[in-house]
Design a protein around this ligand. Sequence first.
Ligand SMILES: [Fe+2]
Ligand SMILES: [Fe+2]
Length: 375
Amino acid sequence: MPSPVRENYREDVAGRANVEDTPELLDYYNELEQLEVAALWTVANKIEPWQPKSASVPVLWRYRDLRDHVLRSLDLVTPEKAGRRVIYLNNPGRRDVAAAVGWLYSGLQVMRPGEVASAHAHSASALRFIMEGSGAYTNVDGHKMTLGANDFVLTPNGTWHEHGVACDGTPCIWQDGLDIPLVNTLEANFYAVHPDLQQSVGHPVDDVSAIWGNPGLRPATGSWSKGYSPLLKYEWAPTYAALQRLAKASDGSPFDGILMNYINPATGGPVMQTIGAAMQLLRPGERTKAHRHTGSFIYQVAKGRGHSIIDGKRFDWNERDIFCVPSWAWHEHANASAAEDACLFTFNDLPVMQALGLYREEAFGDNEGQQPVTA
Ligand SMILES: [Fe+2]
Ligand SMILES: [Fe+2]
């Protein structure tokens, strides 16, 4: 029986593995295999690429294509049966780990008025970005927060949390973002359902905003030492106002326009240990220059319309569309309107990249910093 073709990633470059197969070597490899070992030089060029090679592909998920399907799940499954009623974003290159891009998971969750999901906790860090509807709320460790469109809320690693929609609200759709694929890869994921299925509200509603949501100010009493932001909720109105103020005072970034990171007010660092988030504003008619960096990014169009070019492919987006930029992919953004600004919400794994010393960034040098569009 012919032996299966054996992997051998050769490169004719000094310093790289380039060993020709011979009958003697193939016999040797077979003997090694019996002992659960292998010769590094056959795979070294594969496992140590010259630069990051993302398995993820750039994808744009159009909200107008997804919305009806998301709403349909209201009639098909209950939160009690489903746990969480979510349609998740399944990157064609990352289906094996249910990732939207890289090591990030994302999905669209829908709830109708009066529904509440069971309280639970997990090792994965999570966030929600509200897309539509009124009456949504989240309870994190007894802190209940009311939520409206473009509000962003954290449900950090290890916290008890539950989501619901008030009885006098409307069906709500939001984007979930988690680092489930990362935590699973690290083989560190735990999940627990709250023993009472629901937790009580232990503090005044929206108390985290009153305590931690005052720019440049923090209370004289109380301290915070956990690895995530105590603010938990970041509202749209002050975020948008801050971007507009910054746009009047700064030219911003050539790659991102006016971009502000959501931060932990106790440290100035990212909102959670593994997930960072930002909101950026593209001024009317603005077109950014291209760059690339390590780290995976998921964008949601919070306002406006425009396009992004990702590794030479153009993606036109409208409000509520979601798209991803894989690690080390070239990307640039453009606002299609000459009169209105456009805003992009993003979350990413930059805190991981930076904490591990793996962040690297590069500007696109040719063509005045803009990519030729090839697709
Ligand atoms: Fe959760
Ligand atoms: Fe970027």
